[in-house]
Design a protein around this ligand. Structure first.
Ligand code: GAL
Length: 390
């Protein structure tokens, strides 16, 4: 927290709007934020026990060492009514010690704490929103020690850029004015072209409707990202929704593709599974050093969809230092042995490659490389120092 700004002080012109993204505010999300969020795991059934168990598992299972840091309480933490003074308190049955105690506990583990609200009267699950109480709620979040706020459009009027952006700014400005470093994540499902105004309004902006734990959903959201990621980069990130790795009907190959492609896009990485109960394979995937390095690459370039063949879809992304990384997804319903269109993907000149999942050196691929992939699996290929096209 910067020393200069006291909680409750007013927003200055320089601390709001586009000016902010290049300054201290923008530096809060220099790379895509990583953490855990309660929604995909328990939906409405969030409690203190669930949150603390996730935070402890984040430490004990190595997610913190891999870079995950935020523990975010999503919708349904709220009490049924505001107090006569207008305060929004937690549901006492679910958070009996209050939110500050939960935040303190999360902080004591060396992690950051996040919460959820909405610009409407009601949240998406029908709980109380922040409409008309933005300043009070922002101050209260800061007093509780909140480091991240997910602000989710529901029941707040028509979804147009003209209505959505000011509503999100009505919470952004008092958050900035608290003087606390609070990463701000907004969601309107990508309806009102957030790629045009997300940067400067928030650190994260959702580009899609909700993700569900099956391949049809993951693949559909991925297919919307080739256009929706415009504007994404250091300081502000397009958000294709949180991870469902380890949930629902996703097969090991589908989990791998989901994680690899979200890392590559690059998406904010918020696990949404039960981290204490997750298999070792799922934890290894969530913490895969090669994928996290790609996701957190300081250049923060976004991936481009460079080729779609009947067998594979290829996403490509340049990394700091000149490496090029490809995600090669088998989008068919069976195994494939597919030629990777290297030249189309930008792999020209001499280079060596590594298969990020197996760690296998692929040598100099020349112009030909065949990916052998099970149904819905993805190969991640990292090419060393590819010279740029003449
Ligand atoms: C949805 C949102 C989900 C979750 C839920 C809570 O609108 O996309 O991620 O936050 O609301 O009610």
């Amino acid at each position: 927290m910067p020393d200069a700004a006291a909680p409750g002080s007013t927003t200055t012109a320089a601390s709001s709007g586009m000016a902010a993204v290049d300054g201290h505010w923008g530096s809060l999300a220099a790379t895509p934020p990583m953490g855990w969020n309660s929604w995909n795991q328990v939906h409405e059934a969030v409690t203190e026990d669930v949150v603390i168990a996730a935070a402890e598992a984040m430490v004990s299972r190595g997610l913190v060492d891999a870079g995950y840091e935020y523990v975010v309480v999503d919708d349904c933490w709220q009490s049924a009514e505001r107090t006569p003074e207008g305060l929004l308190l937690p549901n006492p049955g679910r958070f009996p010690r209050g939110m500050k105690a939960v935040a303190d506990h999360v902080h004591s583990l060396g992690l950051k704490f996040g919460m959820y609200s909405a610009p409407g009267e009601r949240t998406c699950a029908g709980r109380l929103g922040s409409s008309g109480h933005e300043e009070r709620d922002a101050s209260m979040f800061a007093e509780w020690g909140v480091d991240f706020l997910k602000y989710d459009w529901c029941g707040a009027g028509p979804l147009t850029p003209e209505s959505v952006r000011p509503a999100f700014e009505r919470m952004r400005d008092p958050l900035v004015a608290t003087g606390r470093d609070i990463v701000y994540s907004v969601s309107e499902y990508g309806v009102a072209r957030p790629w045009e105004w997300g940067r400067g309004t928030a650190h994260l902006w959702r580009t899609t409707f909700d993700i569900w734990p099956h391949w049809g959903s993951v693949f559909a959201l991925l297919n919307q990202q080739w256009a929706a990621c415009a504007g994404s980069g250091p300081g502000g990130w397009a958000d294709p929704d949180m991870l469902q790795v380890g949930n629902g009907t996703l097969t090991p190959e589908e989990n791998r593709s989901h994680m690899a492609l979200w890392a590559l896009l690059p998406a904010p990485l918020f696990a949404g599974n039960d981290l204490a109960a997750a298999s070792d394979d799922v934890v290894r995937l969530l913490t895969h050093p090669g994928l996290i390095a790609v996701n957190q690459d300081p250049l923060g370039r976004r991936a481009r969809l460079v080729a779609v063949t009947p067998e594979v879809m290829v996403w490509a992304r340049e990394l700091a230092g000149g490496d090029l990384v490809l995600g090669v997804l088998n989008h068919t319903e069976g195994p494939v042995e597919a030629a990777v269109p290297l030249v189309q993907a930008g792999v020209v000149g001499r280079c060596t490659a590594v298969d990020v999942f197996s760690g296998r050196e692929l040598g100099e691929p020349g112009v030909g490389y065949k990916a052998v992939l099970e149904r819905h699996d993805t190969a991640v290929l990292r090419f060393n120092r590819v010279p740029s096209r003449p």
